[in-house]
Design a protein. Structure first.
Length: 157
Protein backbone atom coordinates (compact mmCIF):
# COMPACT_ATOMS: atom_id res chain seq x y z
CA UNK A 1 0.00 0.00 0.00
CA UNK A 2 1.40 3.40 -1.02
CA UNK A 3 1.16 6.01 1.71
CA UNK A 4 1.35 9.73 0.86
CA UNK A 5 2.88 11.88 3.58
CA UNK A 6 3.79 15.56 3.58
CA UNK A 7 5.94 17.41 6.08
CA UNK A 8 6.73 21.11 6.36
CA UNK A 9 10.22 22.53 6.88
CA UNK A 10 11.75 25.97 7.17
CA UNK A 11 12.37 27.71 3.87
CA UNK A 12 15.27 26.22 1.93
CA UNK A 13 16.17 25.89 -1.73
CA UNK A 14 14.53 23.05 -3.66
CA UNK A 15 16.49 19.78 -3.62
CA UNK A 16 15.49 18.95 -7.17
CA UNK A 17 13.69 20.68 -10.00
CA UNK A 18 12.68 17.29 -11.45
CA UNK A 19 8.93 16.84 -11.91
CA UNK A 20 9.11 13.26 -10.64
CA UNK A 21 10.00 11.94 -7.20
CA UNK A 22 13.50 10.66 -6.55
CA UNK A 23 13.84 6.95 -5.70
CA UNK A 24 14.99 6.20 -2.17
CA UNK A 25 15.02 3.15 0.10
CA UNK A 26 15.43 2.44 3.78
CA UNK A 27 15.89 -0.70 5.83
CA UNK A 28 14.40 -1.91 9.10
CA UNK A 29 16.48 -4.15 11.34
CA UNK A 30 14.81 -5.40 14.52
CA UNK A 31 16.55 -7.18 17.39
CA UNK A 32 14.60 -8.38 20.42
CA UNK A 33 11.86 -5.77 20.04
CA UNK A 34 14.24 -2.89 19.32
CA UNK A 35 14.65 -1.15 15.98
CA UNK A 36 17.88 0.33 14.67
CA UNK A 37 17.50 4.05 13.96
CA UNK A 38 20.03 6.65 12.98
CA UNK A 39 19.85 10.38 13.66
CA UNK A 40 20.07 12.13 10.28
CA UNK A 41 22.79 14.68 9.71
CA UNK A 42 21.46 16.20 6.42
CA UNK A 43 18.17 17.63 5.06
CA UNK A 44 15.41 16.94 4.39
CA UNK A 45 15.31 14.98 7.66
CA UNK A 46 18.23 16.58 9.58
CA UNK A 47 18.15 15.78 13.32
CA UNK A 48 15.28 13.32 12.92
CA UNK A 49 15.71 9.67 13.87
CA UNK A 50 14.99 7.36 10.94
CA UNK A 51 15.72 3.96 9.49
CA UNK A 52 19.05 3.85 7.66
CA UNK A 53 18.50 4.68 4.00
CA UNK A 54 18.86 7.19 1.23
CA UNK A 55 18.71 8.01 -2.46
CA UNK A 56 19.10 5.41 -5.17
CA UNK A 57 22.14 5.48 -7.41
CA UNK A 58 21.68 5.04 -11.18
CA UNK A 59 20.93 1.42 -12.08
CA UNK A 60 20.20 0.27 -8.52
CA UNK A 61 17.09 -1.63 -7.60
CA UNK A 62 15.23 -0.42 -4.49
CA UNK A 63 16.50 -3.46 -2.54
CA UNK A 64 20.10 -2.77 -3.59
CA UNK A 65 19.73 0.84 -2.47
CA UNK A 66 18.41 -0.25 0.93
CA UNK A 67 21.30 -2.66 1.53
CA UNK A 68 23.98 -0.21 0.32
CA UNK A 69 22.65 2.70 2.37
CA UNK A 70 22.21 0.48 5.44
CA UNK A 71 25.87 -0.57 5.24
CA UNK A 72 27.11 2.98 4.56
CA UNK A 73 25.24 4.43 7.55
CA UNK A 74 25.66 1.61 10.10
CA UNK A 75 28.61 -0.56 9.01
CA UNK A 76 26.30 -3.60 9.11
CA UNK A 77 26.12 -5.84 6.04
CA UNK A 78 22.41 -6.63 5.95
CA UNK A 79 20.82 -9.22 3.66
CA UNK A 80 17.47 -10.75 2.66
CA UNK A 81 15.56 -7.52 1.98
CA UNK A 82 11.79 -7.97 2.06
CA UNK A 83 9.64 -5.05 0.84
CA UNK A 84 7.45 -3.90 3.72
CA UNK A 85 6.00 -0.51 2.71
CA UNK A 86 6.20 2.28 0.15
CA UNK A 87 5.64 5.99 0.69
CA UNK A 88 5.25 9.02 -1.57
CA UNK A 89 7.02 11.65 0.57
CA UNK A 90 6.75 15.34 -0.15
CA UNK A 91 8.45 18.03 1.92
CA UNK A 92 7.21 21.59 1.54
CA UNK A 93 8.51 24.82 3.03
CA UNK A 94 6.36 27.26 5.02
CA UNK A 95 5.11 28.83 1.77
CA UNK A 96 3.92 25.46 0.46
CA UNK A 97 6.68 25.16 -2.14
CA UNK A 98 7.81 21.61 -2.82
CA UNK A 99 11.34 21.25 -1.40
CA UNK A 100 11.86 17.52 -1.90
CA UNK A 101 9.89 14.58 -3.25
CA UNK A 102 10.87 10.95 -2.73
CA UNK A 103 9.31 7.61 -3.55
CA UNK A 104 10.50 5.58 -0.56
CA UNK A 105 10.67 1.78 -0.50
CA UNK A 106 11.06 0.37 3.02
CA UNK A 107 12.51 -3.11 3.47
CA UNK A 108 12.81 -5.41 6.46
CA UNK A 109 16.32 -6.88 6.50
CA UNK A 110 18.34 -9.48 8.37
CA UNK A 111 21.92 -9.26 9.68
CA UNK A 112 24.38 -11.10 11.88
CA UNK A 113 23.21 -10.47 15.45
CA UNK A 114 26.77 -9.98 16.70
CA UNK A 115 27.49 -7.04 14.36
CA UNK A 116 27.48 -3.66 16.11
CA UNK A 117 26.08 -0.52 14.47
CA UNK A 118 28.48 2.39 13.98
CA UNK A 119 27.06 5.74 12.83
CA UNK A 120 28.68 6.83 9.56
CA UNK A 121 27.97 8.79 6.36
CA UNK A 122 24.67 10.72 6.87
CA UNK A 123 24.19 9.20 10.35
CA UNK A 124 25.16 11.41 13.29
CA UNK A 125 24.17 8.73 15.85
CA UNK A 126 22.81 5.18 15.83
CA UNK A 127 20.76 3.41 18.48
CA UNK A 128 18.27 0.64 19.21
CA UNK A 129 14.79 1.76 20.28
CA UNK A 130 11.52 0.15 21.34
CA UNK A 131 8.17 1.27 19.93
CA UNK A 132 7.45 3.32 23.06
CA UNK A 133 10.85 5.02 22.84
CA UNK A 134 10.32 5.74 19.14
CA UNK A 135 6.99 7.40 19.94
CA UNK A 136 8.91 9.90 22.10
CA UNK A 137 11.59 10.64 19.46
CA UNK A 138 11.52 13.12 16.60
CA UNK A 139 10.88 10.71 13.71
CA UNK A 140 9.32 11.06 10.25
CA UNK A 141 5.70 9.85 10.18
CA UNK A 142 6.71 6.94 7.92
CA UNK A 143 9.05 5.53 10.60
CA UNK A 144 6.38 5.54 13.30
CA UNK A 145 3.86 4.08 10.84
CA UNK A 146 6.19 1.17 10.00
CA UNK A 147 7.09 0.37 13.61
CA UNK A 148 3.45 0.48 14.72
CA UNK A 149 2.45 -1.81 11.84
CA UNK A 150 5.29 -4.22 12.71
CA UNK A 151 4.19 -4.25 16.35
CA UNK A 152 0.68 -5.31 15.28
CA UNK A 153 2.15 -8.06 13.11
CA UNK A 154 4.25 -9.27 16.06
CA UNK A 155 1.16 -9.37 18.28
CA UNK A 156 -0.76 -11.35 15.65
CA UNK A 157 2.19 -13.58 14.77
Amino acid sequence: MLERMTQTTAAQPPVSQAPFPQAASSAILEREGRYLLIRRRNPPSADLFAFPGGRAEPGETPAETALREFFEETGIAAHSPNLFATYDLETRNDEGVLVSHFFLSVFCVQADASTQAIAADDAADAGWFTLDEIRALAVPPSVLDCVERLAVLDEDG
